[in-house]
Write a protein that binds this ligand. Structure first.
Ligand SMILES: [Zn+2]
Length: 423
């Protein structure tokens, strides 16, 4: 191993170790904080949340945070196994011996990597659904549905993923030193296409969507959308209860293909006024251009990512430092992609508080917009019901929340809504 490769190995190990220390410290803070506040409902929620619901949320949060730590340890071990311990190198050499060099071998390497990683993560995914979600009364899936989801998901992934992977690999080989710019363009076009076809082609493979049947609610929601100057292709109810008791509502699609989707679980839990307030919050994200800003950010960050990949993939130390021997007489493009995907999260983790901060700011803005279009009190009571039904803790550790939470904590959101002028 030459010097730059050795330095790179040390750098990656240091980054991995630092990430492990930070994540473990944050998770144990969260567990201790939630456990310390388990005995009493916070004063601000004393008349709305029962002690039983509060304790369920505390237990659910603690179990999930502990489980997250286990996942972290296993994924770190897997990362080392693929890279420094030689797993990826072995897989690459085996496929080279079997298939020879070329596009087929490179696609086989990507597919085998995804398949092995998917199989190794199955026990944890099973545990999360059939042990944790089940224990807290959220799981509605049978093993049969879980397996059929898995199969369908893998097929869709292969159908969409393999052609785009082939195109990117071809560009890496044939488009010259600026290939990463072309690959970025292709990747962005693919993302936009996926947004466009997801609601009508992909989502229906997994769920049933029916037009909102409740005429009163429909009239109410349509009036709100008209008031806010918002056009959508339709209002749909999704059978979310098929899989989970967790409730949600979302906008999906782009441009004219936009639609509003309510989980049936949400409609069961909220009153018409509360559903309207939740929708007004979602409309607020559009009105304040959060979606466009998010897509623009994704474009910018991906461009940085592809530029970095373009540079790294031409450095021998990038491969050798991560336990892989690059071929002298065959393209190493699939290897470069995999090594990049494996190690990039080690770096991006440290920037996640910035993205979380931006997201929380957007949530406050959407809440403020909703308070101008509907009653703030309706949004507040809807949020409270959703926090309770999803067993979200009301007492997260402040530092943990600051680092990870994409939504502000319940007490912060409700405090602002209570201060909002009535409309
Ligand atoms: Zn939101």
């Amino acid at each position: 191993m030459d010097n730059p490769a050795m330095l790179f190995s040390v750098f990656i190990c240091a980054l991995l170790a630092l990430g492990l220390v930070v994540r473990t410290a944050l998770a144990s803070r969260q567990i201790r904080h939630v456990a310390r506040h388990r005995h009493a409902v916070p004063a601000a929620f004393a008349d709305t949340i029962t002690l039983g619901a509060h304790q369920k949320a505390a237990d659910y949060t603690i179990v999930k945070t502990r489980f997250g730590l286990l996942e972290l340890l296993l994924s770190s071990a897997l990362l080392l196994g693929w890279t420094l311990l030689g797993g990826l190198n072995w897989l690459n050499q085996t496929l080279l011996a079997a298939l020879g060099a070329g596009m087929l071998q490179q696609l086989a390497l990507l597919a085998a990597f995804a398949l092995i990683g998917g199989l190794l993560s199955l026990p944890l995914a099973w545990w999360a659904t059939f042990r944790i979600e089940e224990r807290f009364g959220f799981n509605r899936m049978t093993l049969g549905l879980w397996l059929s989801d898995l199969l369908k998901g893998s097929l869709v992934g292969a159908l969409l993923g393999l052609p785009i992977a082939a195109l990117v690999l071809w560009l890496m080989d044939a488009a010259g030193p600026a290939w990463w710019l072309w690959a970025w363009g292709v990747w962005m076009a693919f993302n936009l296409l996926a947004l466009l076809i997801y609601p009508s082609l992909i989502a229906p493979l997994f769920n049933k969507f029916e037009p909102l049947p409740d005429a009163t609610l429909k009239a109410r929601v349509s009036a709100l959308m008209q008031r806010c100057g918002f056009a959508a292709k339709g209002l749909f109810v999704m059978d979310g209860s098929k899989r989970s008791a967790h409730a949600n509502a979302y906008f999906t699609g782009l441009g004219a293909a936009k639609r509003v989707v309510f989980f049936d679980t949400l409609l069961r839990q909220l009153s018409a006024a509360e559903v309207e307030a939740v929708l007004a919050h979602e409309l607020g994200h559009h009105k304040r251009h959060h979606i466009v800003k998010r897509i623009a950010l994704l474009f910018g960050l991906s461009l940085l990512g592809f530029a970095l990949l373009g540079w790294l993939s031409a450095q021998a130390w990038f491969y050798i430092g991560l336990g892989v021997t690059p071929s002298m007489d065959a393209p190493n493009d699939a290897l470069a992609l995999l090594l990049f995907l494996l190690t990039l999260p080690l770096l991006t983790f440290f920037f996640s508080p910035l993205l979380a901060q931006l997201s929380r700011q957007h949530e406050f803005e959407a809440d403020a917009y909703a308070a101008t279009q509907t009653q703030a009190a309706d949004l507040a009571s809807a949020l409270l019901k959703l926090y309770q039904d999803n067993a979200s803790t009301l007492t997260p550790d402040p530092l943990y929340a600051r680092f990870y939470y994409s939504h502000p904590s319940a007490s912060e959101r409700l405090a602002r809504l209570r201060a909002a002028p009535a409309c």
